[in-house]
Design a protein around this ligand. Sequence first.
Ligand SMILES: Cc1ncc(COP(=O)(O)O)c(C=O)c1O
Length: 361
Amino acid sequence: MAYQIKTTLVEKSRLPEIDFDNIPFGKTFSDHMFVADYKDGEWQNAEIIPFGHFQIHPAAMALHYGQAIFEGMKASVSHDGKPMFMRPEMHVERFNASAARLMMPSVPAELFLSAIHEIVALDAAWIPPAKGSALYLRPYMFACDEFIGVKPSQTYKFIVFTGPVGPYYPKPVSLYADMHYIRAAAGGTGFAKCAGNYAGSLLPAQNAIDKGYDQVLWLDAKEHKYIQEVGTMNIFFHIGDKLVTPDIEQDTILKGITRDSAIKFWRSKGIEVDERQISIDEVAEAFDKGELKGAFGTGTAAVVAHVHQIAYGDKVMNIEHGNPEGPGQMFKDFIDNLRSGTIKDEFGWIVPVKSSSLTTA
Ligand SMILES: Cc1ncc(COP(=O)(O)O)c(C=O)c1O
């Protein structure tokens, strides 16, 4: 089914007010947003409108019962000025897996992809051109029924807004392996990108900060033993000559798209990557034997963030980090070069932005 997207343009762009060399993360929004309504069992009213506030009913179910999911993805511009996405279909798939877990309707791939192509094409001038910079996209869906009572809503809004983000130079992070709080339990919603997972992580994250660490290293809910992930990143350990990362067969871990790309990249370079359960004790043992050569998180925001320290009970492990020849840096450079279009897209991950607005621009 083809979706007609009605477009209403801003009267005056805010772009001239933006300094691309100084963009505060998460606080700068582009001129337009995409909005669609789910009603009577179908998506309708797809339109692009000026970015701005909208009204919401005080009883809107998302505000009470938490049917709210989102994605985080980037569009970038190649060195010769062509806007592009990386693996957008993976975001559609994950979004709809989140929707299914929360009994929300799926957004057809055609609607999701039309929305992101149109909105990015229209606001393409908001994509910062510097290497490592990007236009961040936030597709999300929430329940709108005006109702008190726990049941799936019958109406939803799907929105995509965007905002430029500067190059992300992540400092190496320290992690606190939490043996009390958990992020997700088997059978729960850990694999879904739903708002509640993030709300529940705030107190443990503050607890880690109060203890002097940057982020929580989440352990499994049952035994507080097996490593899951970190903040908004998946985690890898460089042990001996291999990389080890928790497997995502379990439904407790977000299926990171950067994680998937990193594994495919490293394997193509002949680096062995084990996806399996890994306990915090195994990491501590590797550290004690001098076999832990590094640890890093992967995610859309930073691509790769090195870990310089892990605290586990009374033990504090200071980890080697930032090796410019190491697998973490190799992958980060690969992604930066791929996005700037200076290397061949050997995996076929790059999708050029295409739309009617782009061709008429
Ligand atoms: C909890 C969590 N884990 C991992 C990731 C990394 O996923 P991706 O590489 O798709 O950004 C994210 C970010 O989306 C996240 O929020």
